[in-house]
Design a binder for this molecule. Structure first.
Ligand SMILES: [Zn+2]
Length: 294
């Protein structure tokens, strides 16, 4: 499932293609449950004529900022792909939403074989509601180590489910929580209130580090994810622990273990991420290592 780096990559791709475009028509919409809000007639009557003024992201939502105060928000869920093409993708049976752009020679398509993807057309009030439903953006300048320390100290929760909770911190999913906890040397089952401020600061740095590196590599493609140009991401070639069960830890060589936490497969190094709070000097994040096959 696309997480923050994948959605951010698509947003940056579309930001070079869409601003200034006008939506000519809703060319295709054959999966009505895709549109969560507003009603279908309002959705189809509001979009034509709207200009795209910008492209952004909030949590795992891709945002097309339209004129008139409207925002078209798209959530890719499991298998969604969004891209601009020079030919009409309506004939593809897995492309459920197609918007004709400008003079009808370019198209924005939302392809989603598993049909879990969702779309919302939001007015200003709806946008505010979406914005406030999620925790802080981890890559924001306003998100400082003290903010994460506050989150950790006010939630008496194990680290992995806490970091997966979108209302607490936006955008992280299974991949980047596992990678960040490994980089910070923290066990996924540690209770958030047991972390020292130093450990929390390392976690803050680790979260930002794994997300930033993943964006630089165009996101992680496990199966379905493609960027805004239809290209695969490369970050999966750099995973330290995620889906590397039994392979050596890049830091200490111990085989990576897989456990279940909150119904999610969870990958960790049993040496670098001790179950009990570390009593010795904390482990410092290491620089990114070279790619490896797996
Ligand atoms: Zn290790």
């Amino acid at each position: 499932m696309p997480e923050l780096p994948e959605v951010e990559t698509i947003a940056r791709n579309l930001a070079t293609q869409l601003p200034g475009c006008q939506i000519l028509a809703v060319e295709k919409l054959d999966w009505e449950r895709m549109v969560e809000t507003p009603s279908l007639p309002l959705f189809q009557s509001t979009l034509p004529g709207r200009c795209v003024q910008g492209v952004g992201r909030r949590a795992k939502w891709l945002l097309l900022l339209l004129d008139g105060g409207w925002t078209l928000a798209l959530h890719l869920r499991m298998s969604g792909r969004v891209g601009v093409s020079g030919s009409n993708p309506s004939a593809d049976r897995h492309t459920h939403l197609v918007l004709a752009l400008d003079d009808g020679r370019r198209f924005l398509g939302f392809r989603d074989p598993r049909k879990f993807g969702r779309v919302r057309l939001l007015d200003a009030g709806g946008f505010t509601k979406l914005h406030t439903a999620y925790g802080p953006e981890p890559l924001s300048d306003q998100f400082r180590p003290a903010d994460l320390a506050h989150i950790l100290s006010t939630h008496h929760t194990r680290l992995k489910p806490l970091l997966l909770n979108q209302a607490v911190l936006a955008g992280l999913g299974n991949i980047y929580v596992d990678e960040a906890l490994w980089l910070a040397g923290l066990h996924p089952l540690r209770c958030s209130t047991t972390l020292t401020f130093t450990e929390g600061s390392h976690l803050h740095a680790a979260i930002r580090s794994v997300l930033t590196a993943a964006i630089q590599r165009g996101g992680s493609t496990l199966r379905d994810y493609r960027d805004g140009y239809g290209e695969r991401g490369h970050n999966q070639e750099y995973f330290s622990v995620y889906r590397r069960t039994g392979q050596p830890c890049p830091r200490c060589g111990t085989p990576i273990e897989r456990i279940r936490v909150a119904q999610r497969g969870t990958h960790l190094c049993p040496v670098c991420q001790p179950a009990a709070p570390a009593t010795h000097s904390p482990i410092h994040p290491s620089p990114p290592h070279s790619p490896h096959s797996h």
